[in-house]
Design a protein around this ligand. Sequence first.
Ligand code: HPA
Ligand code: ZN
Length: 345
Amino acid sequence: MKVKPIAADRLHALLRAMPKAELHMHIEGSLEPELIFALAARNRMDFPYPDVDALRRAYVFDNLQSFLDIYHAGTQVLRTEQDFYDMARAYLVRAHADNVLHAEIFFDTQTHTGHGTDAGVVIRGLHRACVDAAAEFGMSASLILCFLRHLNEQAAFECLEQAMPYREKLVGIGLASSELGHPPEKFARVFARCRELGFRLVAHAGEEGPPAYIWSALDVLKVERIDHGVQAMNDPALMQRLVQDRIPLTVCPLSNLKLCVFPTLAQHNLGRLLDAGIVATVNSDDPAYFGGYINENFAQTFAALGLSAQQAWQLAHNSFEASFIDSGLRRRYQDRLQYTFETFS
Ligand code: HPA
Ligand code: ZN
């Protein structure tokens, strides 16, 4: 679709109003400090920060690992099916307010089984929130189980085994946690098994790690999308591959800023990825920790990079193209996107 240029203030209203899909967010990263303290009280647990403000003040990171350490502390308060429901419910309400029509939600079970919580408790709670959001808001949401790459292959196989009774509640499998030193090929066999089982496959690669990790996510794990992938820009042959095969990148600008992947948003490469013809999307990653939900990511990134209404349409269109919804629903969502742009003035 050819989009006419519009004034900056109207562009910001359009970014908020446009229908979009969110494809890269970790549900445990949507736990706001207020909910962390409420769940700690409900579960009669101590939490190692005195109050909400002290916890928020600790959200200063210098790389992925420094974030993951605090993020894991937050997950300690999640114990019951209702806790997982309430966390996902809060995110879905928030995403609906940002005109997210469809969300693909990352979660992991290994963190929680490590705390003595059954995988079924996690999956049932999250899935019920997705079902309720569909009924109440008319939005669609599905779940992607991520293996933790700092743990070993055997642990990933056990995680898969524990999730199999809930197979129908999951759309796909992903790979998250500490990237450097844990290349995708470490999980070659378990991803091959997931592929046989019919799961859709994604992996974090090229957030902090080198382009080689993106190559092996594609060629060894055979994933369909790359989470982050911003380091691809350093490898022209890889860029050509991503463009030719229309491999989407789920880019998370505020995450990249907070984890020091780029020193400022003005230096982010989202605009250059789009100019190169990459199927890029905008996502929030861990919105409670990185300073904003999806519309905040759009607003700040467009302001910093001076992106256009045409690029806004492209990013939203890409988000539906890159999603794992069926073709009928994709067409309906993309029609709504087109209608929004045609009637916006
Ligand atoms: N990268 C890797 N693992 C994660 C992230 C991330 O940005 N957020 C939550 N787990
Ligand atoms: Zn992520």
